[in-house]
Design a protein around this ligand. Structure first.
Ligand code: SF4
Length: 480
């Protein structure tokens, strides 16, 4: 979500007349879009600001802006600690950035503007997309849950849903610019529709994506086990372009810890969803997030997590050592687990998950996979002359771009099929001849240096003063 917000910020600035600085130039404007989810975000921000201080001193007129979750949290504290910062803006008003830069330049003083609720939905703002072939599309922002370890609800606010018609219009706009793959984004995609009273809205949205010609892959993140309903599984299985991939956060396998985290599902419900997903889509790759060492976690609790990890057969997992986020309820709990214990459990979890990931990947040996070629994701690719991409199920594939089927050159954004001949825990390798190569418009765009530049899409939110000839007809809702 943060990365996608950065695309919006870049789009806004380009729209206001700014141009991207070349790598070797000292930029006139530097914008930090901060994230408060990972540990040490504040140390890194203030460290970076410290490095910029002498740069700014040697480059009169340079402006520094700080936005995102840390700005929403620290507010005017940022200009107290780093008075050379010119603009601070929060998560709810990213659209104000160009105006704040102007105002600060004009008044020659710092501008701090933090709102408590969403100003305009970020997707109504222009975006400068990073990828020619894959695009993020927000379906909601904010979260109505109160997981005790999480800072998101206090910084991103309550869930706000976009109308399905707006989401689909943005997807269509991306596809019209050659994009083949979209990832629908929300803190909790399964509660999508809560705001406009349709509990089944997410499944309907997936099915509606199935009708968009030229859209080859649909992914989404993140689902929530509490709100996950079977109609979403049915929609995934029935909609050809929806990838058989599910990234569903587990966080803990212990029901006692889940309760303390205020995550209102239990491990059996979680595993039941996975069973139903696999019954409908036997080839589904399921990944997860797990936190180790939540306050009060006992050895028994941790053993329950290991047990669920073994039973769930995740193809991979993002594993985190718990660390307190100031301002969250869990940070106040007395029973923080000692660092050495957390580390030891974490190492054991990684070892089990590696074993599971490797076993799952080995099942794909000899299989044909369809790969959407990406810009190189691994350092080794240069040395091995392999290219890299993602299979439909999200697995990373390094493949040799060789064989008579290749037309010209294989470019990021093109689609190939190839056969897996080696499996590692975190990737697959295909060194044989490519079985097919399809040149795509996304590949042409990549080659030409063209990136999608979506205008803001807004069909359904109430607005003021829109001239009649620009007013949308109806709410554009097709899925709901
Ligand atoms: S579901 Fe929980 S972890 Fe996810 S954003 Fe909401 S509060 Fe945070």
């Amino acid at each position: 979500m943060n990365v996608h917000d950065s695309e919006r910020l870049a789009g806004l600035l380009e729209d206001a007349g700014y141009v991207r600085a070349s790598d070797d130039a000292t930029p006139d404007v530097v914008v930090f879009n901060t994230c408060a989810v990972r540990e040490n975000a504040d140390n890194r921000l203030y460290g970076n600001l410290g490095h910029l201080r002498p740069v700014k001193a040697g480059h009169p007129g340079m402006q520094i802006a700080v936005g995102g979750c840390l700005a929403q949290k620290d507010r005017s504290e940022i200009v107290k600690r780093a008075p050379w910062v010119d603009v601070v803006f929060g998560t709810h008003n990213i659209g104000s950035l160009p105006a704040l830069l102007d105002r600060s330049r004009h008044n020659d003083e710092a501008e701090v503007e933090i709102l408590e609720a969403l100003d305009v939905f970020p997707s109504t703002l222009p975006a400068r997309r990073d990828s020619a072939h894959s695009g993020w599309v927000s379906i909601s922002v904010g979260c109505n849950n109160t997981c005790t370890f999480c800072i998101v609800p206090s910084l991103r606010g309550k869930e706000r849903d976009r109308r399905p018609g707006e989401v689909l219009a943005e997807v269509e706009a991306l596809v019209a610019e050659g994009v083949l793959e979209v990832t629908l984004l929300g803190q909790n995609v399964n509660s999508y529709g809560v705001e406009f009273g349709d509990r089944l809205a997410f499944g309907k949205l997936l099915r509606a994506c199935g009708g968009i010609e030229g859209l080859e892959r649909v992914r989404f993140t993140s689902p929530h086990p509490r709100d996950f309903t079977d109609d979403v599984i049915a929609a995934m299985a029935a909609t050809d372009n929806v990838c058989h991939q599910l990234h569903m956060p587990l966080q803990s396998g212990s029901d006692r810890v889940l309760k303390a985290m205020r995550r209102s599902y239990r491990s059996e419900r979680y595993l039941g969803i996975l069973d139903r997903v696999r019954a409908a889509m036997p080839d589904a790759a399921i990944t997860t997030d797990i936190i180790v060492g939540f306050p009060g976690e006992t050895e028994e609790d941790f053993a329950a997590t290991l047990d669920v990890v073994r039973r769930a057969r995740f193809s991979s997992a993002f594993t985190f050592q718990y660390s307190p986020r100031p301002g969250t309820p869990a940070a106040e709990l007395d029973e923080q687990v000692p660092k050495a214990v957390v580390q030891e459990r974490y190492d054991r979890l990684i070892a089990v998950q590696e074993e599971m990931s490797w076993a799952a990947n080995k099942e794909l040996l000899g299989r044909t996979v369809e790969v959407l070629v990406a810009q190189s994701e691994g350092r080794k690719d240069g040395a091995t002359r392999r290219l890299t991409g993602r299979a439909r199920d999200g697995r990373l594939v390094h493949f040799a771009p060789v064989g008579p089927e290749i037309v010209g050159e294989v470019r990021p954004g093109d689609v190939v099929t190839t056969r897996v001949d080696y499996a590692a825990p975190h990737h697959l390798v295909a060194d044989g001849a490519v079985l097919s190569h399809r040149r795509t418009r996304a590949g042409d765009n990549w080659e030409a240096g063209v990136r999608p530049q979506t205008r803001g899409v807004s069909l359904g939110l109430p607005s003021f003063g829109v001239p009649a000839d620009q007013a949308p007809a109806g709410d554009g809702c097709r899925a709901g």
